[in-house]
Design a protein around this ligand. Structure first.
Ligand SMILES: Cc1cc2nc3c(=O)[nH]c(=O)nc-3n(C[C@H](O)[C@H](O)[C@H](O)COP(=O)(O)OP(=O)(O)OC[C@H]3O[C@@H](n4cnc5c(N)ncnc54)[C@H](O)[C@@H]3O)c2cc1C
Length: 449
């Protein structure tokens, strides 16, 4: 960017303090959790924006995009920067558009739809929703930090997905307003099925400025941890709870030993050598769950009411992709995969994987309802990283036995496994970002016109 470019961009916002050029801050705001992947770490370590701009309104977003379009300056959207695939890292400098200041909760409607700006933190929204009898349908384990826009732009699901599916299922995202990257940016509303044109597109085909997110009635939850002598017994129990509609649950996670040995701050709920199941279950069913766990041969190591995100310990802090973080703290050689097992073949698939890879791959399962209503064991297995070739060999082997893999070691929308086969994200980019200036390099099938 030239000094002229910088001056022009600065004129787009009402307060020059919201244009950051301090090299250290710009570097920090150019990063996310890409370092979870040794492959991405090597690829992205030196990538940095030239300036960070913090708009406070849709009107400012429109001005910044028009200015950058005219000058050919790339723009990379950013929420809280907790993505794992380097989604928010600018490959070609330019502007990082930090949307955290657009954080208004405009309304929570009587029928449970939150109307919010993209920068609102998911934890803030969860608290606001619970205060009026609603709660999020699903959220990442980074709920406290992550933003709504970043979740829609780069996330997929998490706690709650066992009952409500991922972010893309069951019309959870009702509508999204996006600003296009054109000479005269348009503010376009995507409703119903059309939200899929902009979901999980990593900010490559529009900047989201407003979101309508469907909620679910709030439940009084409890947390429960159960240790089992074998992984098979833990899986059987977790599967029973996850798949039986009679249980009202928000989380069912199964860890193979030695993964629980990484949870040093909650060692009291782990048992040496034993597999572990973590659950969030309706408080009204807690005693019934305890009885079921004991009948299945488990030892209940924690059973307590949940009083919100400040509950200590907060079991969700050890699930989904937080598990990988705890493991990496113990041994930096750990990395991970994102897998989907077949509901009917999972036991055979686990056995084949363990036979082939032994402790090079450790099973960490998260039950998830798919868009068809089937509950499957999804997984974020830990992998002991040696080389990229070996990692790719493991991915290929998983796929060869019917285990799907959304590759978290890829820096493109298409490579990550959440790309829509019907190309609607790409077709939208062609319409909304003809010069290819939004997060350039991340949608690799796109050719500028
Ligand atoms: C410990 C850990 C655990 C995690 N667990 C989960 C999990 O359980 N489930 C899950 O899905 N993810 C998980 N993640 C990944 C990540 O935390 C979530 O996806 C989170 O919702 C991302 O939100 P963010 O605000 O940090 O987004 P960012 O990282 O800032 O952005 C993500 C993507 O969205 C784009 N974007 C941001 N705002 C906008 C906007 N307004 N318009 C258009 N594009 C935009 C960015 O350009 C980027 O491509 C985890 C990550 C970590 C580090």
């Amino acid at each position: 960017m030239t000094s002229d470019d910088l001056q022009a961009v600065t004129a787009c916002v009402s307060d020059a303090d919201r244009v950051i050029t301090n090299a250290q801050i710009v570097q920090r705001l150019s990063r996310d959790f890409y370092w979870y992947s040794p492959v991405l770490k090597k690829l992205l370590d030196d990538k940095v924006a030239e300036v960070v701009v913090q708009p406070v309104s849709t009107a400012e977003v429109v001005k910044v995009l028009a200015c950058c379009y005219a000058r050919g300056v790339p723009v990379t959207a950013r929420g809280a920067g907790t993505g794992n695939y380097g989604q928010a890292i600018p490959l070609h400098g330019g502007v990082v558009l930090d949307l955290l200041r657009m954080d208004a909760i405009e309304e929570i409607t009587g029928d449970g739809v939150a109307v919010v700006e993209p920068g609102v933190r998911l934890g803030v929204l969860e608290n606001a929703a619970r205060a009026v009898g609603w709660e999020l349908r699903c959220y990442p384990s980074t709920i406290v930090k992550a933003s709504v826009g970043g979740f829609l732009g780069g996330g997929s699901g998490g706690i709650g997905s066992v009952a409500h599916g991922g972010l893309r299922s069951f019309a959870t995202v009702r509508a999204v307003e996006v600003v296009t990257m054109e000479a005269e940016p348009r503010v376009v509303l995507h409703k119903g099925e059309a939200v899929h044109e902009v979901l999980h597109a990593w900010g490559t085909n529009g900047i989201m400025t407003k979101v309508w997110l469907a909620l679910t009635p709030a439940v009084a939850w409890a947390q429960c941890a159960v240790a089992f002598a074998s992984f098979d017994a833990a899986f059987d129990f977790g599967e029973k709870i996850a798949c039986d509609e009679a249980w009202m649950k928000r989380l069912v996670t199964v860890f193979e030993w030695p993964i629980p040995s990484c949870f040093t701050s909650i060692a009291n709920v782990t048992r040496s050598g034993q597999a572990l199941v973590f659950l969030m279950i309706a408080e009204a069913q807690l005693e019934q769950l305890r009885a079921a766990a004991e009948a299945a041969g488990g030892e209940v190591t924690l059973a307590a009411p949940y009083s919100g995100l400040r509950t200590v310990p907060l079991l969700s802090d050890y699930t989904w992709n937080h598990t990988t973080l705890w493991a990496m703290k113990q041994d930096s050689a750990f990395t991970y995969l994102q897998c989907g097992f077949s509901a009917s073949q999972a036991r055979r698939q686990f056995a084949v994987l363990k036979e082939k890879f032994g402790d090079e791959l450790l099973l960490h399962l998260e039950f998830l309802k798919t868009g068809t209503g089937e509950v499957i064991p999804a997984a974020i297995p830990l992998v002991r990283f040696t080389t990229e070739e070996r990692l790719n060999e493991m991915i290929d082997f998983c796929r060869s036995i019917g285990v799907s893999v959304a590759n978290p070691h890829s820096n493109s929308v298409e490579g990550g496994g959440r790309y829509r086969e019907d190309n609607i994200q790409l077709l939208t980019k062609q319409r909304y970002d003809p010069r290819g200036l939004l997060n350039p390099g991340k949608m690799v099938t796109f050719q500028p016109q």
